[in-house]
Design a protein around this ligand. Structure first.
Ligand code: LMR
Length: 397
């Protein structure tokens, strides 16, 4: 059966983590995988998560199966977090959620659901997260790339994006990023979201909004604009949601697929299909992470601790952005990197080629994804000098 099976190359992002971990050079800087890090390079368990986990374990009396849509209370809590507790979207019952094994699991469920409903194809602005295309293709979808980011000006090429999505119609899907675009950090403004929503309403395509960094741009409320506005104004919207970054639950594989439809009957029908797809794949999501999220969001005190911690993480990444840009300016790189302070979330793209990235890794022990995505969490006062010197060396060669 497997006599001819060939060895695949490592994953573009996870493979880099392994390489970086094996590198013993003291000056090593890992700007790879999208994981939050403190100045010491640690990814601590959030205090709210620790409190919730302890409370939960004390209360736990069984390891029997959880319901198919996830840990008790999880779906209701996520819907309220995403749409607001007094929202029409929640009160009407026209939104549903199903807990998934991480954001990847939600995307896979979304992909299979779309393939099952004969989606003509899915368009994604370029560049997009390295795993979007493999994941959605594996679910049976044709993924088309549309223009989104102009690397020369380090800004969104909104005219080109708009021109291409105006060609979409019913049966098409447009993959959008919730706050904090991966890999560029360049988010649509609220006005641009409104314009995309107008086009979706006119052309009849379905937005699939992949949301993995809720709370890392402005704050939880402002970051939800795209989710709330699109579901308010459009008849159908799919959302994939990850709790990996904002709850720091990476290894617990906790996320959700969310559907907002015309009414509660349609939402219930779509939910039954999502559960059916999951049952034919892994039956039901692991309970632990979902139970932690539910515990946090159902406790006023823990929810506040979590919100404060998330805001602090957000601020720390913003500080790292400023540190990099200021240091680059002082080192004579001028304003070449100044766009980085305008962007959101963990990532920005540096103006590098694949060759530059290889050189930075081999010669300077700096780990960067693809052709230039850096995780700003890996920048700190102790390593920014080496980073900027190396960048300056490579950019001026
Ligand atoms: C990333 O983009 O680095 C993260 O979302 C982790 C992953 O699974 O790729």
């Amino acid at each position: 059966m497997f006599a001819k099976t060939d060895l695949l190359p490592p994953d573009a992002i996870l493979g880099l983590t392994k390489l970086a971990a094996a590198d013993q050079r003291e000056e090593k800087i890992d700007l790879g995988v999208g994981v939050y890090r403190t100045v010491d390079g640690a990814t601590p368990i959030m205090r709210a998560v620790d409190l919730a986990e302890k409370a939960m374990i004390q209360k736990e009396t069984t390891k029997a199966y959880t319901p198919a849509d996830g840990a008790p209370g999880f779906c209701e809590a996520i819907l309220k977090l995403v749409f607001g507790s007094d929202s029409e979207q929640v009160a009407s019952g026209r939104t549903i959620a199903v807990q998934s094994p991480g954001g990847c699991g939600a995307l896979r469920l979304a992909g299979e659901l779309l393939a099952r409903n004969d989606a003509a194809g899915i368009s994604a602005g370029a560049p997009t997260w390295a795993n979007h295309k493999p994941l959605l293709t594996a679910a049976g979808l044709n993924v088309h790339m549309t223009p989104y980011y102009d690397a020369k000006s380090s800004t969104i090429d909104f005219d080109a994006f708009i021109t291409s999505i105006k060609k979409l119609g019913p049966g098409d899907v447009l993959l959008l990023h919730g706050a904090c675009h991966n890999p560029t950090g360049a988010d649509l403004s609220h006005e641009q979201i409104d314009a995309v929503t107008d086009i979706a309403a006119e052309r009849g395509f379905l937005p699939l909004i992949d949301t993995a960094y809720h709370g890392f741009a402005a704050n939880l409320e402002t970051d939800a604009y795209i989710l709330r506005e699109m579901t308010r104004r459009l008849p159908e919207v799919l959302i994939t949601y990850s709790c990996s970054k904002n709850f720091g639950l990476y290894r617990e594989r906790t996320g959700a697929i969310i559907f907002a439809g015309r009414n509660s009957d349609q939402a219930a029908a779509v939910k039954s299909h999502i559960i059916n797809i999951a049952r034919a794949s892994y039956s039901m999501p692991p309970a632990h992470g979902g139970a932690i999220v539910s515990e946090i969001l159902h406790s006023r005190e823990m929810a506040q601790i979590w919100r404060d911690e998330l805001a602090a993480m957000n601020q720390a990444v913003r500080n790292n952005r400023k540190l990099l840009v200021d240091t680059a300016r002082e080192a004579g790189l001028g304003n070449q990197l100044s766009y980085i302070t305008e962007q959101n979330g963990m990532f920005s793209l540096l103006p590098l080629t694949l060759e530059d990235v290889t050189l930075l890794r081999e010669e300077f022990a700096i780990y960067i994804v693809g052709a230039g995505r850096i995780n700003l969490c890996g920048v700190n006062a102790g390593n920014v000098g080496h980073l900027v010197q190396s960048l300056s060396d490579v950019l001026n060669r």
